[in-house]
Design a protein around this ligand. Structure first.
Ligand SMILES: [Zn+2]
Length: 231
């Protein structure tokens, strides 16, 4: 599954160019759009964030461990006060991208980081959860000393069946959960007839030929209009 997604995915610059190409006809430009980006905190994701910043201007950061979206109503309300609006419209491009390693010898879940002799794991937070599942541990408690990881567990565990998922499946579950949370939050933006909202959701795969972005869902809604698919 991850190999196929990787083969079909966009290189990072091609991904941001694609977002420009599909959103320009709907009136979105770098000058009039606020990008909101939700990725994992891992430094491996910084080049992707940087590419979005280069294409769309500085982004509002929704990121948490695992690419989960935990900024809540208050976080989104803050972002809503930052959008340009010179032409009377407020445009938001929301991008959600969990990530996964695909190292050429070790395979899914591994990545070769600069300065390290051996491959390490990605996404570490999701691999940690997978380890707990395989050990039969399902901890649903909020840990104030480990907020993001415990919130990640609390969000994902109800979505994981009795069978222990593999990492690719778990990453897809995380992507859907993050996207669902984003959709719940952007309802408040879409309620305004002056807001245009685009959502792009996918997975970043750190593969043997560099990072690629596999887009799973993408749509735009202009004003009170229906969602228009971008893929
Ligand atoms: Zn990660």
């Amino acid at each position: 599954m991850i190999d196929d997604l990787y083969a079909e995915g966009y290189a990072v610059e091609a991904f941001t160019q694609w977002t420009i190409d599909v959103l320009e006809p709907h009136g979105f430009t770098a000058a009039n759009t606020l990008p909101l980006v939700g990725v994992c905190r891992d430094e491996l994701m910084f080049p992707v964030e940087q590419a979005v910043n280069d294409a769309w201007g500085l982004s509002f950061d929704m990121s948490s461990l695992g690419g989960m979206i935990f900024l809540g109503r208050s976080g989104l309300a803050a972002a809503s006060h930052h959008s340009p609006g010179e032409d009377g419209r407020h445009r938001y491009l929301c991008i959600v991208l969990p990530h996964i390693g695909l190292e050429h010898t070790m395979g899914v879940g591994y990545v070769r980081r600069e300065g390290q002799a051996e491959p390490s794991s990605a996404c570490g937070a999701l691999i940690a959860l997978l380890g707990e599942l395989r050990a039969g541990v399902r901890n649903h408690e909020l840990d104030h000393g480990d907020l993001e990881m415990s919130l990640l567990r609390m969000t994902l565990l109800p979505l994981i069946g009795a069978e222990v998922a593999d990492l690719a499946t778990l990453t897809e579950i995380a992507r859907r959960a993050s996207t669902d949370e984003l959709l719940r939050l952007v309802v408040s933006l879409r309620d305004s007839p002056h807001s245009d909202v685009a959502v792009v959701s996918g997975m970043v795969i750190h593969g043997p030929d560099g990072d690629r972005v596999a887009v799973s869902e993408a749509w735009v809604s202009v004003g009170s209009g229906d969602q228009v698919s971008l893929i």
